[in-house]
Design a protein around this ligand. Sequence first.
Ligand SMILES: Cc1ncc(COP(=O)(O)O)c(C=O)c1O
Length: 378
Amino acid sequence: MNIEDIRKNFPVTKNLIYLDNAAVAPVHSLTKKYMDEYMEHFLNFGLKDYAKWVDMMDLTREKLAKFINAKVYEIAFVKNTSAGLSIIANGIDFKQGENIIIPDIEFPSNVYPWLNLQRKGVETKFLKADKNGFLDYKNLEELIDKNTRLISISWIEFVNGFKNDLKAISQIIKNKSNEFDKKIYFCVDGIQGLGALKFDINDYDIDFIVADGHKWLLTIEGAGFMYCSEKVLDNVHPVSVGWKTVKDALNFTKINFDIRQGADKFEEGSMNVAGITSIAASMDLFAQYGMDFVEERVLGLSAYAINLFEEKGFNVVSCKEDKHRSGIVSFTTPDVEEDFLKLVSNNVQLSKRGANLRISPHFYNTKEEISKLAEILT
Ligand SMILES: Cc1ncc(COP(=O)(O)O)c(C=O)c1O
């Protein structure tokens, strides 16, 4: 696969060294093509032949299911990660005295939906990261007690790119569920991994995974999806409901509150057709290149960045162990503030998170771009 051909799909590469896919990624040419088609249709024909867009959404749900190897009825479109996690938090019948565990380095989207249950007397317990910002699952084992009902964790931690070992966590949760003879749910915020790294839902015992598309999945903002395992679909009540929640949704003049059985019961009303069009475009792009190739490039580029930054004397704060490595590389320099401004004024797009500079190269980036960043700083 020729990188120059790939980069033609990403016109942003002509303007910027874009190393900020963990914040908001640029869109690609296929997205523009699909969305132009959608706009042209509504500009010229409005609702006529709407079935075409219903088919497009059905097909996109199938593509998403295939992308993570789930079943089609386990996929719901959601507004964003926060909304998906809130559906789960509000839909499970948490009882007073129960608790939820999350790491203390999570992005607020995976914190506030759980803290919002305080009013019901549900406690959120924090799994402390060590001084390096890494997680030790032995501490998770100790934190789970007989009142624990759910663990929610990012696949990849946003601040330093620490890739959580979802297999090890699945196993701990399974053992604890057996020990306490109760179901403990496993919920994953997948936004910093999906689209960058390969993912097969069948490799884990995960009940829920949620992600918006605007990072590694390369969609426009506000177009996300949620996976809800068929094993627990009945345990999550749709809290926000509307005409589309029910089985006979198109029979507007007949009220029959018979809730759908699939994850689409969480889609209460009119859909974000534009956003789903954008998801379709990204699914087609990833299918074209294959996630083996995408992952190899992402991890190759982050490894290159780690080695180069260390050579240059920057302090890499991301975990360097392969099993905890992702597409995010966080590092510090003697003057983070000044260096950030220097990079931005040299058309390098990156982020500052906490006290760190953070880069997040995707498969369309190159080693040369990372070298250029290092050159600007030395
Ligand atoms: C781990 C994580 N979750 C969620 C989000 C974004 O949440 P939402 O999709 O609700 O905007 C981010 C954005 O930085 C993130 O890093």
